[in-house]
Write a protein that binds this ligand. Sequence first.
Ligand SMILES: Cc1cc2nc3c(=O)[nH]c(=O)nc-3n(C[C@H](O)[C@H](O)[C@H](O)COP(=O)(O)OP(=O)(O)OC[C@H]3O[C@@H](n4cnc5c(N)ncnc54)[C@H](O)[C@@H]3O)c2cc1C
Length: 415
Amino acid sequence: MSQDADVIIAGAGIAGATLALSLARAGLKPVLIDPVAFDAQVAPTFDGRASAIAYAAYRQWRALGLADALDPHAQRIEQILVTDGTTPGAAAGGPSPFFLRFDSAEIADRSDGEPLGYLLENRHTRAVLAAAVQAAGIEVLAPARVTKAVFGARSAEVTLADGRTLSAPLAVGAEGRGSVIRAEAGIGAIGWNYSQTGVVATVRMERPHEGVAHEYFLPGGPFAILPLTGDRASLVWTESTARGAALKTARPEIFQAHLERRFGDFLGGLTVEGPVFTYPLSLQLAERFTAPRTALLGDAAHGVHPIAGQGLNLGLKGAAALAEVLVDALRVGEDIGSEVVLERYAAWRRFDTVTLSAGMDAFVRLFSNDNPLLRLARGAGMAAVNRVAPARRFFMHEAGGAVGDLPRLLKGEAL
Ligand SMILES: Cc1cc2nc3c(=O)[nH]c(=O)nc-3n(C[C@H](O)[C@H](O)[C@H](O)COP(=O)(O)OP(=O)(O)OC[C@H]3O[C@@H](n4cnc5c(N)ncnc54)[C@H](O)[C@@H]3O)c2cc1C
């Protein structure tokens, strides 16, 4: 039977596009489908987020040849300072007795001088991926929406909203939390809303941030100051849904006043650049990552709270693992959409993803809470970890994504 591609990838977000590029570099023929054309994805008003990318995940993009294009936009994270600031303005008062300091210098022996991670604005990452996908000659159907999928014995057949159909040995669902492929494959999802909103804004500071990321735990939830290139920072500010909506529509001077109360003045005056974005926060985990002729990737498989900046990193790790499984299978003449091949991907990613998602969920509940007993417990926990160098290094390697059985791309090797 003639096939339109080796792999149909529904969703050309950062996870889907990275997978497509990895597969194409290794000689497979992927096709990407997305209702949003790449040009619209890179507009400044489309995605205001910046992502903290673990150093191992960044190696994957280097291995795919994206370093020259990404490096100018990548801010090294040299230190992460976590403070349990319980009153607005704690940032200004300096660290509380309960704090955690992670320093890239402490793991330099194992990370080969890499920082703890990199901060990249999503719009730059999307633009670099779009250019690379185009240069690699990958077929992109956009705007086009997957509406239906049928999984047969030899192929997956995907139908688009305009009635076109495509078939391939494998269809990957990388369309985010509302994955059509997941639903069509009969894979359920569990999860819940946090009734919280992530308020995201970019600010320019008067003083340099020196590559330090700050996370403060305020009563409404975490407030993160993530360093960007050029004395700027991306803020991820968690609030209740109602307060988040009010902040998004607040007049600029009101937003500025709320911002300054939380941020403090330790980096001088602040200027908000560009629009304020809000994102509803929830947990969503697919019951399985594969089904006959299909695999789920990125937020379609696991959507987590951004509290520790792990969502996209999980998706990138998944893309590296899936690409490796498929390329290795092809090299020994296996059917890349067969259950035995897909089970290798599911087994590789299942444990890591479920433990991390559960850990993030517990973390959110612990740190979005102003109960004095919980505050005391978490403060003591932070102080304890901070005193023990191996514990600090453990968390740094976990955050760097460089633990466990790493796919070759995450070691910086070609496929
Ligand atoms: C406030 C905030 C801050 C965050 N910060 C970080 C961070 O610092 N570090 C980190 O690692 N993660 C972070 N995350 C998580 C990260 O943003 C997500 O995990 C990531 O964007 C998911 O990428 P994805 O490609 O899997 O899915 P998405 O970005 O959701 O992309 C899905 C794509 O599929 C397309 N699509 C939808 N429906 C269809 C269809 N029917 N057919 C075809 N295509 C379709 C969409 O148009 C879209 O392009 C953060 C999240 C939030 C909300």
